[in-house]
Design a binder for this molecule. Structure first.
Ligand SMILES: [Mg+2]
Length: 188
């Protein structure tokens, strides 16, 4: 019996949400490195449930320059993430977590706005960039998403926005929404 191999096997295409941490998932107190300072923002568990229901893989992507600046250690940050996972519960898991420890911005670094982590995950998990999103509360999050070739969602915050950011918003390349749950509800 002949066995046929398709020339173009239908790969299952994965899609992802890359999530900033402070100000997106938990309250941004500035340099959050103590587990007791991890406080979930309203609607975050519900938002993650919607992403998971819609088959998105979740990635956590956080800049932690305080590590390189000697303010705290990677172990401190990992303890915060254990606390975050405890608060979120066992069903809301991250596929991978990127702790960008660099204090300086460079393309070869992981520090946002570098898209390095996003690009690595797109390749590793065969993610469809057209169905993948970076969500954060700072313009550097949005710039990382754009540089990574995925959609960029900028949540409301008090952080300043540059002219470049305002232009990208006006051009519809960065999408603004009040909260993570508002974004989750827009997904088909
Ligand atoms: Mg943030």
């Amino acid at each position: 019996m002949a066995v046929c191999f398709s020339k173009n096997p239908q790969k299952s295409i994965a899609k992802a949400i890359f999530l900033d941490r402070d100000g997106t998932l938990n309250v941004d107190y500035g340099y959050v490195y103590q587990p007791e300072k991890i406080h979930l923002l309203p609607g975050v568990p519900e938002a993650l449930d919607l992403f998971i229901q819609k088959d998105f893989l979740l990635f956590l992507f956080t800049n932690q320059p305080g590590i390189e600046r000697g303010m705290y250690t990677r172990q401190d940050v990992e303890a915060c993430h254990q606390r975050l996972q405890t608060l979120l519960g066992p069903t809301r898991c991250f596929q991978e977590i990127c702790i960008a420890a660099e204090a300086e911005v460079a393309l070869h670094h992981y520090r946002k706005p570098s898209p390095r982590f996003i690009l690595e995950m797109l390749e590793k998990y065969h993610l469809d960039p057209q169905q993948s999103y970076m969500v954060g509360d700072k313009e550097t999050d949005a710039f990382a998403g754009l540089s990574g070739g995925i959609h960029s969602i900028l949540l409301d915050s008090d952080y300043p926005r540059s002219e470049r950011c305002k232009t990208l918003i006006a051009e519809g390349r960065i999408h603004c929404l009040p909260t993570l749950l508002d974004f989750a509800r827009t997904l088909a």
